[in-house]
Design a protein. Structure first.
Length: 303
């Protein structure tokens, strides 16, 4: 009996590892494809919070694209992509693994038809908890990606040569706390966005169709896209604040005293719209996240 249970458990873990590997590989491919969109989004989102970027003010998506291409070259549009891949592969893999683990934990014995409210809340909690656990592990890589994507000096050269130099320079000035600058508001952002995204997606996927396991790739992608755009727009102000705080790390004089001061400063100096700079570009970028989820579930059909 114990041998059977052990074999079954091993098979489940193998299935999970295969699914996570497929999700991570899909994430790396989609992130690389949409890397220019991601870099433009970050620059537009952060330019009002950086003295250097404010001197190179970009009017919008097209203006930013043209200027970066002419001033830094076409390959600079992929600046920070190595850090993005280094982050997204373990991030997506761990996120799927932790979310599935928390779903088993929170939804044990819950019937989706008889106890709909507990089923919905369980999915929301699993999404938020999975995202939070993953963030604790992968945050320094997300930090490095943000810094590399908007990295430049007044003479057009780059401050950091790569992930290692970026992290070592920040660590030498601010210690481990510098690599986790903006972590608290990032945790809030991830819990809210992942809870909404996976909560909506898992609930709608399991309750709106009779056989969710055989849902087509296109239908899964469309459902994921709808959920991820909704969650990203709701959580976008928090994303702006956390990335502004990331940009403060390593500086002698901090622009913001903390997350609350950052919220107040953006609202006072830029108005409510300041929290949503780059949101349109981000909506295009979310296609990669939806694609990863669709590929993850499609791959599981053949495992």
């Amino acid at each position: 009996m114990s041998d059977c249970a052990s074999t079954s458990q091993s098979a489940e873990w193998l299935h999970l590892v295969k699914g996570c590997t497929a999700g991570g590989a899909a994430a790396a491919i989609s992130k690389t494809t949409l890397a220019p969109v991601d870099r433009i989004k970050l620059i537009l989102q952060l330019q009002n919070g950086s003295k250097l970027l404010m001197q190179q003010k970009y009017a919008g998506i097209y203006d930013c694209l043209v200027k970066i291409h002419s001033e830094q070259g076409i390959l600079s549009l992929w600046r920070g992509n190595s850090a993005s891949i280094a982050r997204c592969f373990p991030s997506y893999a761990l996120n799927f693994a932790f979310r599935d683990y928390y779903r088993l934990l929170f939804l044990a014995g819950v019937d989706k038809n008889r106890d709909r409210s507990r089923f919905v809340l369980g999915n929301i909690a699993a999404g938020g908890a999975g995202g939070a656990t993953t963030l604790c592990i992968c945050y320094p890589l997300d930090f490095a990606r943000t810094r590399l994507a908007v990295d430049s000096k007044r003479d057009g050269s780059m401050r950091f040569k790569g992930i290692g130099e970026c992290m070592s320079k920040i660590y030498s000035k601010d210690g481990i706390g510098g690599l986790y600058r903006g972590f608290i508001v990032s945790l809030q952002f991830v819990v809210v966005s992942r809870a909404i995204f996976f909560g909506l997606f898992d609930t709608l996927r399991c309750t709106s169709v009779t056989d969710p396991k055989n849902l087509s790739f296109v239908a899964t992608w469309c459902l994921a896209q709808t959920c991820i755009v909704t969650s990203s727009l709701i959580g976008y102000p928090m994303d702006t604040v956390r990335r502004r705080l990331m940009m403060d790390a390593g500086k002698k004089e901090k622009q913001y005293k903390g997350s609350l001061d950052c919220w107040r400063s953006i609202l006072r100096n830029e108005g409510p719209s300041g929290f949503f700079r780059g949101a349109l570009t981000n909506s295009f970028k979310t296609t990669s996240g939806a694609m990863v989820l669709a590929i993850y579930y499609e791959a599981q059909k053949y495992m």
